[in-house]
Design a protein around this ligand. Sequence first.
Ligand code: TRP
Length: 334
Amino acid sequence: MDEQQKKVILSGIQPSGALTLGSYLGAIKNWAELADSYDCYYMMADMHSITVRQNPADLRRRTVEQLAAYIACGLDPQKNTIFVQSHVPAHAQLSWVLNCYTMFGELTRMTQYKMKSEQHSDNINAGLFTYPALMAADILLYQADLVPVGGDQKQHVELTRNIAGRFNGIYGDVFKLPEPYIPAVGARVMSLSTPENKMSKSDPDQNGCVYVMDPPEDIMRKFKRAVTDCETSVRYDPVEKPGVSNLMQIYSVCTGATFAQIEQEFAGRGYGDFKPKVGETVVEMLRPIREETQRLIKDKAYLEAVYKDGAARACSVANKTLRKVYKKVGFVAL
Ligand code: TRP
């Protein structure tokens, strides 16, 4: 397909913790499959991370590790533009402009802001509040058509559309209006210990969260302890049996088996068979990714070359949009 005609995809993950099984199955695994049909941009959203206090050395290390993991998960840096958000100054520059086209009331309605300001009540900073304007800049700079996100980010993509529509309404067609691109239900991975909640690196109960880099014994322990219910049958019912259904989803994504096939496979066998089997399957799926990530982390020169090249490519696209915006709002061209 002609580059010009390809739709643009942009997404990002904050390097504020190690990469989770949820991010892999729910996001990155799908991203890798989009490379041929779309013009794809994926970032390490480090500027978003500092809305919550970070240890600088950890943030730096995790940003590079996340890049290594992206590549190990199958994102080819030749086919995708992979970059570090803070390497592309246009994100900060456009976010300031967009802040002036985002309403206070809109930001107060963001669910994630309400949740995070409760979790971090000692540090409710302005960045935490205006974060959706930065996310809008991330998306609009690349004129993205589609934004693959989890359900929790849908509200931010909708706000991005509203900001873009408002801006276009005043200045003419500057921004493409993006659509959220929510992966198939099967890919929404829930916590193993509280299966009502999404699997998250910020979950205080770390038994519920599996990391891509976890050693096999940790993965097995977390799956063996996974919360289920007081029945014994492996049956898909997300309302009555959220824990078992989550394990079935994970198993289904890993093996390609349907829920009916999984029910069949474990008919007459209890959770004592099922949970370790899911654990083993996840261990084997993650093993090559973990090993490749470890290998790449040691190859600093290669990773640096990837993020330099990514930044250069991202900058050239982003600056084009930024120049247009600056002109529209009345800034004198340098
Ligand atoms: N806000 C997203 C999250 O917390 C990460 C993110 C930042 C993002 N910028 C983005 C996702 C742009 C999609 C598009 O998960």
